[in-house]
Design a protein around this ligand. Structure first.
Ligand SMILES: N[C@@H](CCC(=O)N[C@@H](CS)C(=O)NCC(=O)O)C(=O)O
Length: 224
Protein backbone atom coordinates (compact mmCIF):
# COMPACT_ATOMS: atom_id res chain seq x y z
CA UNK A 1 0.00 0.00 0.00
CA UNK A 2 1.25 3.45 -0.94
CA UNK A 3 -0.46 6.46 0.63
CA UNK A 4 0.54 10.05 -0.14
CA UNK A 5 -0.31 12.85 2.27
CA UNK A 6 -0.88 15.84 0.06
CA UNK A 7 -1.78 19.53 0.00
CA UNK A 8 -2.56 20.80 -3.52
CA UNK A 9 0.05 23.05 -5.19
CA UNK A 10 2.74 22.30 -2.59
CA UNK A 11 5.86 20.12 -2.76
CA UNK A 12 3.66 17.03 -2.33
CA UNK A 13 2.38 17.69 -5.86
CA UNK A 14 5.91 16.71 -6.96
CA UNK A 15 5.45 13.26 -5.41
CA UNK A 16 1.94 13.01 -6.84
CA UNK A 17 3.18 13.78 -10.37
CA UNK A 18 5.98 11.23 -9.95
CA UNK A 19 3.59 8.52 -8.71
CA UNK A 20 1.45 9.06 -11.81
CA UNK A 21 4.56 8.84 -14.03
CA UNK A 22 5.53 5.58 -12.29
CA UNK A 23 2.04 4.17 -12.96
CA UNK A 24 1.81 2.56 -9.53
CA UNK A 25 -1.33 2.10 -7.46
CA UNK A 26 -1.62 4.56 -4.59
CA UNK A 27 -4.07 6.51 -2.52
CA UNK A 28 -4.06 10.18 -1.62
CA UNK A 29 -5.01 11.73 1.71
CA UNK A 30 -5.76 15.42 1.23
CA UNK A 31 -4.83 17.79 4.05
CA UNK A 32 -5.69 21.41 4.61
CA UNK A 33 -2.61 23.65 4.46
CA UNK A 34 -2.96 24.89 8.01
CA UNK A 35 -2.21 24.14 11.67
CA UNK A 36 -3.75 20.67 11.30
CA UNK A 37 -0.36 19.61 9.90
CA UNK A 38 0.95 20.14 13.45
CA UNK A 39 -1.57 17.73 15.03
CA UNK A 40 0.18 14.98 16.98
CA UNK A 41 -1.23 12.26 14.74
CA UNK A 42 0.16 13.93 11.62
CA UNK A 43 3.54 14.50 13.31
CA UNK A 44 3.96 10.72 13.45
CA UNK A 45 4.07 10.87 9.63
CA UNK A 46 6.18 13.98 9.25
CA UNK A 47 7.91 15.15 12.44
CA UNK A 48 8.07 18.82 11.42
CA UNK A 49 4.47 18.77 10.15
CA UNK A 50 5.16 19.13 6.45
CA UNK A 51 3.99 17.66 3.17
CA UNK A 52 4.74 15.41 1.43
CA UNK A 53 4.61 12.41 3.74
CA UNK A 54 4.47 8.96 2.24
CA UNK A 55 3.39 5.64 3.70
CA UNK A 56 5.08 2.85 1.79
CA UNK A 57 6.38 -0.66 2.40
CA UNK A 58 5.12 -0.51 6.00
CA UNK A 59 7.26 2.59 6.67
CA UNK A 60 6.72 6.35 6.80
CA UNK A 61 8.83 8.74 4.77
CA UNK A 62 9.18 12.50 4.61
CA UNK A 63 11.48 14.85 2.60
CA UNK A 64 10.58 15.15 -1.08
CA UNK A 65 14.08 14.49 -2.41
CA UNK A 66 14.44 11.29 -0.37
CA UNK A 67 10.97 10.15 -1.45
CA UNK A 68 11.87 10.80 -5.10
CA UNK A 69 15.08 8.80 -4.85
CA UNK A 70 13.34 5.93 -3.05
CA UNK A 71 10.39 5.72 -5.45
CA UNK A 72 12.64 5.76 -8.53
CA UNK A 73 14.76 2.93 -7.10
CA UNK A 74 11.74 0.97 -5.90
CA UNK A 75 9.95 1.24 -9.27
CA UNK A 76 12.69 1.34 -11.93
CA UNK A 77 10.41 0.28 -14.80
CA UNK A 78 9.38 3.80 -15.83
CA UNK A 79 13.05 4.90 -16.11
CA UNK A 80 12.45 7.97 -13.97
CA UNK A 81 15.66 7.47 -11.99
CA UNK A 82 19.30 7.07 -12.99
CA UNK A 83 21.19 4.40 -11.03
CA UNK A 84 24.76 4.54 -9.70
CA UNK A 85 26.31 3.21 -12.93
CA UNK A 86 24.36 5.55 -15.23
CA UNK A 87 26.40 8.34 -16.93
CA UNK A 88 23.61 10.76 -15.99
CA UNK A 89 23.55 9.73 -12.30
CA UNK A 90 25.40 12.80 -11.06
CA UNK A 91 23.32 15.23 -13.11
CA UNK A 92 20.13 13.44 -12.02
CA UNK A 93 20.99 13.90 -8.33
CA UNK A 94 21.99 17.52 -8.83
CA UNK A 95 18.77 18.51 -10.60
CA UNK A 96 16.43 16.44 -8.40
CA UNK A 97 17.83 18.32 -5.41
CA UNK A 98 18.02 21.71 -7.16
CA UNK A 99 14.22 21.63 -6.94
CA UNK A 100 14.65 22.33 -3.23
CA UNK A 101 16.73 25.44 -3.89
CA UNK A 102 13.89 26.84 -5.99
CA UNK A 103 11.32 25.70 -3.42
CA UNK A 104 13.00 27.60 -0.58
CA UNK A 105 12.43 30.88 -2.41
CA UNK A 106 8.89 29.86 -3.29
CA UNK A 107 8.24 29.10 0.39
CA UNK A 108 9.47 32.56 1.41
CA UNK A 109 7.34 34.20 -1.28
CA UNK A 110 4.29 32.11 -0.36
CA UNK A 111 4.69 33.21 3.24
CA UNK A 112 4.95 36.87 2.19
CA UNK A 113 2.12 36.93 -0.35
CA UNK A 114 -0.30 34.26 0.89
CA UNK A 115 0.21 33.28 4.52
CA UNK A 116 0.82 36.73 6.04
CA UNK A 117 -2.66 38.11 5.66
CA UNK A 118 -2.09 41.60 7.10
CA UNK A 119 -0.18 44.13 5.02
CA UNK A 120 1.77 45.31 8.07
CA UNK A 121 3.32 41.84 8.38
CA UNK A 122 4.67 41.84 4.83
CA UNK A 123 7.97 43.13 3.51
CA UNK A 124 8.31 44.54 -0.03
CA UNK A 125 12.08 44.11 0.34
CA UNK A 126 11.80 40.39 1.06
CA UNK A 127 9.32 39.98 -1.80
CA UNK A 128 11.68 41.64 -4.27
CA UNK A 129 14.78 39.86 -2.96
CA UNK A 130 13.22 36.41 -3.10
CA UNK A 131 11.78 37.04 -6.59
CA UNK A 132 15.27 38.12 -7.71
CA UNK A 133 16.72 34.91 -6.24
CA UNK A 134 14.15 32.92 -8.20
CA UNK A 135 15.45 34.71 -11.28
CA UNK A 136 18.95 33.40 -10.53
CA UNK A 137 17.52 29.87 -10.36
CA UNK A 138 15.84 30.41 -13.73
CA UNK A 139 19.22 31.62 -15.10
CA UNK A 140 20.79 28.33 -13.98
CA UNK A 141 18.06 26.37 -15.77
CA UNK A 142 18.31 28.54 -18.88
CA UNK A 143 22.05 27.85 -19.07
CA UNK A 144 21.50 24.11 -18.69
CA UNK A 145 18.65 23.91 -21.19
CA UNK A 146 20.32 26.04 -23.84
CA UNK A 147 23.56 24.02 -23.80
CA UNK A 148 23.86 22.80 -27.39
CA UNK A 149 24.01 19.02 -26.99
CA UNK A 150 21.95 16.44 -28.77
CA UNK A 151 18.65 15.99 -26.94
CA UNK A 152 18.54 18.96 -24.62
CA UNK A 153 14.76 18.75 -24.58
CA UNK A 154 15.06 17.70 -20.94
CA UNK A 155 17.44 18.38 -18.07
CA UNK A 156 19.33 15.16 -18.73
CA UNK A 157 20.95 14.17 -22.01
CA UNK A 158 19.41 10.72 -21.59
CA UNK A 159 15.86 12.10 -21.68
CA UNK A 160 12.87 12.75 -19.44
CA UNK A 161 13.30 11.76 -15.79
CA UNK A 162 12.32 12.57 -12.22
CA UNK A 163 14.74 15.51 -12.48
CA UNK A 164 12.28 17.17 -14.89
CA UNK A 165 9.36 16.32 -12.58
CA UNK A 166 11.16 17.71 -9.52
CA UNK A 167 12.39 20.95 -11.07
CA UNK A 168 9.27 21.27 -13.23
CA UNK A 169 6.98 21.16 -10.22
CA UNK A 170 9.18 23.66 -8.38
CA UNK A 171 8.89 25.97 -11.41
CA UNK A 172 5.09 25.40 -11.42
CA UNK A 173 5.02 26.92 -7.92
CA UNK A 174 7.63 29.58 -8.73
CA UNK A 175 5.67 30.91 -11.74
CA UNK A 176 3.14 32.32 -9.26
CA UNK A 177 5.81 34.86 -8.32
CA UNK A 178 8.10 35.20 -11.34
CA UNK A 179 7.20 34.59 -14.97
CA UNK A 180 9.40 32.73 -17.45
CA UNK A 181 9.22 35.64 -19.94
CA UNK A 182 12.98 36.32 -19.82
CA UNK A 183 13.91 32.64 -20.01
CA UNK A 184 12.85 31.21 -23.39
CA UNK A 185 14.58 27.82 -23.10
CA UNK A 186 13.05 27.27 -19.64
CA UNK A 187 9.66 28.32 -20.96
CA UNK A 188 9.84 25.87 -23.91
CA UNK A 189 11.01 23.07 -21.59
CA UNK A 190 8.25 23.86 -19.07
CA UNK A 191 5.59 23.69 -21.81
CA UNK A 192 7.06 20.38 -22.99
CA UNK A 193 7.19 18.64 -19.61
CA UNK A 194 3.78 19.84 -18.45
CA UNK A 195 2.11 18.56 -21.62
CA UNK A 196 1.82 15.16 -19.97
CA UNK A 197 -1.16 13.31 -18.47
CA UNK A 198 0.75 12.66 -15.24
CA UNK A 199 1.29 16.41 -14.73
CA UNK A 200 -2.34 17.24 -15.50
CA UNK A 201 -3.51 14.61 -13.01
CA UNK A 202 -1.39 16.20 -10.28
CA UNK A 203 -3.08 19.61 -10.64
CA UNK A 204 -5.70 20.64 -8.06
CA UNK A 205 -9.34 19.87 -8.84
CA UNK A 206 -11.10 22.89 -10.34
CA UNK A 207 -13.45 23.20 -7.36
CA UNK A 208 -11.04 21.84 -4.76
CA UNK A 209 -8.79 23.54 -2.23
CA UNK A 210 -5.71 25.32 -3.53
CA UNK A 211 -2.83 27.20 -1.99
CA UNK A 212 -2.70 29.95 -4.63
CA UNK A 213 -5.94 31.86 -5.20
CA UNK A 214 -4.20 33.96 -7.87
CA UNK A 215 -2.30 32.88 -10.98
CA UNK A 216 0.34 35.51 -10.26
CA UNK A 217 1.38 37.63 -7.27
CA UNK A 218 3.26 40.79 -8.30
CA UNK A 219 5.90 42.19 -5.96
CA UNK A 220 4.81 45.32 -4.17
CA UNK A 221 6.06 48.64 -5.44
CA UNK A 222 6.85 51.13 -2.70
CA UNK A 223 6.58 54.91 -3.14
CA UNK A 224 9.95 55.63 -1.57
N1 LIG B 1 12.47 19.92 2.61
C1 LIG B 1 11.11 19.48 2.82
C2 LIG B 1 10.21 20.71 2.93
C3 LIG B 1 8.76 20.33 3.13
C4 LIG B 1 7.89 21.56 3.27
O1 LIG B 1 8.28 22.59 3.91
N2 LIG B 1 6.68 21.49 2.72
C5 LIG B 1 5.76 22.60 2.82
C6 LIG B 1 4.81 22.60 1.61
S1 LIG B 1 5.60 23.05 0.10
C7 LIG B 1 4.92 22.44 4.06
O2 LIG B 1 4.48 21.37 4.36
N3 LIG B 1 4.67 23.54 4.78
C8 LIG B 1 3.80 23.53 5.90
C9 LIG B 1 4.29 24.46 6.97
O3 LIG B 1 5.39 25.01 6.83
O4 LIG B 1 3.56 24.63 7.91
C10 LIG B 1 10.69 18.58 1.69
O5 LIG B 1 11.21 18.73 0.58
O6 LIG B 1 9.83 17.69 1.90
Amino acid sequence: MIRLHHCPQTRSMRTLWLLYELEVTFEVVLHAFDRSLRASEYLTLSPAGRVPALEIDGERMFETGAITEYLCERFPGANMGRGPSDPDRMAWLVWVHFAETISQHVAALTQQHVMLYEDSMRSPVVMKLEAARLGKCYDALEARLSTPVENRDYLLTSGFSAADVSVGQAVYMARHFRTLDDHPAVSDWYDRITDRDAFRKSLPDAAGARLYAQEFYPAWETDD
